[in-house]
Design a protein around this ligand. Sequence first.
Ligand code: SF4
Ligand code: SF4
Length: 182
Amino acid sequence: MEAEQAASPHKRIRIDFAQRRRLLAVLGGNHVNYCYQCGACVGDCPTTRFFPSFNPREIMLTALLGDLGTLLAPGSVIWKCSNCYNCYERCPQDVRPVEVIIALKNLAREEGTHPEEAQTIYETILKTGRSAPVIASLKRKRESMGLPPLPAIDMGELRAVLAPEDPPPGDSPPSSTAESES
Ligand code: SF4
Ligand code: SF4
């Protein structure tokens, strides 16, 4: 019997359905379940081109197996996704891999395993309404290109969505921002 098992070409696969349900709850749907591993999302992924270790098909498979321990670990490959949405356009099954990856990133933040850089961007958005500060040179560049000033952002509304219970980081920001950042 032992010899038969050792010689068997079939590998036993375990699926953690509880962890998969946890992902689906954040995802707000079950479209990841329809991935049939065709690899179309890989062929047009710019991140895979530069980082062969990043493979959206493999990420979907790992998610289907419910192996969130791997996907949410510190330094997880999910953070290499550039959110370009090519995979969203390519997938014949409407799996929307980028949305699955975004859901995984949200779970990683809940667990505190996200990279420091992501936290910095989050805090910048919470403070200024933008992912990067609008510095003076950027304003001058916009002016030289004939672009209008950036519109004001309703910070109250933004904070209500992003962090309704969190105190604002640092000093209290103004209730709205336009060209005030420097
Ligand atoms: S996510 Fe879509 S494109 Fe990618 S392997 Fe699965 S079915 Fe194919
Ligand atoms: S959104 Fe992410 S996974 Fe999808 S093609 Fe772009 S980099 Fe690749």
